[in-house]
Design a protein around this ligand. Sequence first.
Ligand code: ASP
Ligand code: MG
Length: 388
Amino acid sequence: MKKPLIVQKFGGTSVGSVENIQKVAKHIIEAKDDGNQVLVVVSAMAGETNRLVDLAQQIDSVPNARELDVLLSAGEQISMALLAMTLNKLGYAARSLTGGQAKIVTDEKHNNATIEDIDTQGIRTLLDQEQIVIVAGFQGVNRNGDITTLGRGGSDTTAVTLAGYLGARECQIFTDVDGIYTCDPKIVHQAKKLSTIDFLSMEEMAKRGAKVLHLPSVKYAQKHNVPLRVLSTFKNSSKGSFVTGQQAPDGICGIALQDEMQLIEIDSTLIASLLAQCHMLGIAIWNTIESKNTTQFVVKYADYIKLKLTLSEKEHTASLVNLITVVGSMKEVSEDKIRAILSENGVKIIFYTLNIRSFTVAIRPEEVDKVANILHDIYIDSAVVIER
Ligand code: ASP
Ligand code: MG
C-alpha cells in the first residue's frame, strides 16, 4: 500500500540557526518514522531575505526585478542544503531541490509570481525511493527558465500548492508561534489561539495583514481542499491551529494588523495618471478616499518607493499609516461605537472602511498597540470564548 504523504514547511526562525535546524530535522524524522513520505519546504534563514533586499537597495532603490529574484532565491537555497546535510548526517536520505529543479512553473511576474503548474513526476520518484525531498520555498521558474519569486512570505504557497498537487494527507506550516491567533500576540498579549478557523475567515485575516499565512496559500488550500495546519517548531505539545470548513461562523474571529502602508494625497486631476502608473508597475491600491479637490490612496510602503520615482514632490503628500481590521461577521460591529471609543481614547482615525466581513480603521503607526488592544478587548475578550 502506498504511504501517505505529509508536507511540512519550516519558516525563517525554524531554520534560523544550525541548532534550530536540528529541531526541524526531529519533526521531519518523526513524520518519516511514523510511516509517511515526507516533503519539506523551507524558507530562508531568519533575516536573510531582508539582508539580501537591503544589499540590492544599496545599489538601486528599485532594483531590476529579474536580478532581484536571482538574488532573493539564494536565501532558500542555503536553508535547503543545510537541512539536507543535517538529515544525511542523521542517517536519513534527503535531497534538496530548487524551485526550478522541483519543476515549479510560474507566470512572468518577477517578485510576485503565481504558480501555474508543477510537474511532480521527479518528486514522486524521489519520494517513492524513500528520500525526504526538500524544496526551496518562495521560488519557481517562468516559461523562459528565469527564476521568479512568489512575493514575501511565499514559502507557504509553495508548500500548500505542492501538497495539493501531490494529494498530501496534511500540509503542516511550522512557525515560531503555535498556531493562528486572534491577533498578533506580540502586540495583544491577551490574543487567543484558535484551534480551528474556517477558510473564509482565514482568507480575510490574511488579506488584511495577518502574516501567519501567505494569502495565496489560503486561497489555494480553500479551492483544492488541502488540509492545512499551523503549528510550532519549538513547542511539541501543541496541535496548533487547523484551517478547515467553507462556512464562516457568526461573530468576530480576529483583528488583523497591516503596517508599512503609505497614504498618498494628490490633486484629483492627477488620479488618471496615478492609476496608470500603478497599473504599469503592478501596484495594488488598498483604499481610495475621495474628498473635495484631493484624493487619497493607500499602497504598501515598498510600492510607494517605486511610485515616488514617477511623482514630483510638489504633486503629492505622503504619510505612513497602519491599518487595523476587525474580521468576522459585521452584525455586531458598530462604526459609531468604534469611532466613539477610539476618540474617547484620544486616537485619531485617519479613515475607516466597512466591507462584508471586515471593518478597517487607518491610524498613525505609533497608535497600533493601543488601538489593537482596545478593539481586541471589545470584540474578542468580552465576547465568545474561542479556544475549544
Ligand atoms: N524568504 C521569503 C521571505 O522572507 C519567503 C518566506 O519566508 O516565505 O519573504
Ligand atoms: Mg510566513
